[in-house]
Design a protein around this ligand. Structure first.
Ligand code: HEM
Length: 179
């Protein structure tokens, strides 16, 4: 529980900052949302960030491009089954490549681009109902901490982006810097 619930969140916060640094448009939009929401507030609390639309989109898009578990925990098949036309023998260990699925160009336009707005009018849920977004897995073994995980991702980036101005060091360009 500790492993599953800590590294997942901290790596996502790091990726969110990295993505925003390379996408000044999204960073400016997020900071505008935060400044508007926190006007006059001395401290930002959990409750303050739950309904921030753009922050939520940034987190979802970061988790699409950088799932903390790019290959989910292996699952072992207990009996022979046929999945989507593929025969899977019993005792086969299956490893789902979430990283590849989350960026499959068949389902995602400009799949590798960081674009939080793609979720604006989208019905894709992050909770395992849509198999093109598998960051939390799906089915009966999907992540039981998904709601907590998502909630954990909101406050740290909100603080970091609200209280500090960020830019790449030594004049590095957005397109060439490493992520
Ligand atoms: C961004 C945050 C998180 C992500 C992306 C994430 C992702 C995942 C994924 C992909 C799995 C494997 C699903 C599968 O095997 O099909 C998993 C399993 C699990 N997660 Fe998370 N997780 C997150 C946060 C958390 C938190 C906060 C907790 C608990 C406090 C947690 C507890 C667990 C546990 C116990 C399992 C094993 C479930 C099982 O095997 O039945 N996770 N998580």
């Amino acid at each position: 529980m500790f492993g599953a619930g800590t590294d997942t969140s901290s790596s996502t916060v790091e990726w969110a900052i990295s993505k925003l640094l390379r996408c000044p448009r999204a960073m400016a939009k997020l900071q505008a949302e935060l400044r508007q929401a926190f006007k006059g507030k001395e401290r930002i609390k959990d409750d303050d960030v739950q309904n921030l639309t753009y922050l939520n989109l940034v987190v979802r898009e970061t988790l699409r491009l950088h799932p903390p578990l790019p290959l989910v925990i292996p699952h072992e098949c207990r009996e022979p089954v046929n999945v989507a036309g593929y025969d899977v023998a019993s005792n086969t260990k299956l490893v789902v490549n979430v990283f590849a699925i989350n960026q499959d160009p068949e389902y995602w336009k400009d799949a590798e681009t960081f674009n939080p707005e793609r979720f604006e009018n989208s019905n894709t849920t992050v909770m395992g109902a849509d198999y093109e977004y598998l960051t939390f897995g799906a089915g009966r073994r999907m992540c039981p901490g998904a709601a907590l995980g998502l909630a954990n991702e909101q406050l740290p980036p909100a603080h970091i982006m609200h209280y500090f101005l960020w830019k790449l060091p030594n004049g590095a360009s957005h397109s060439t810097s490493l992520t």
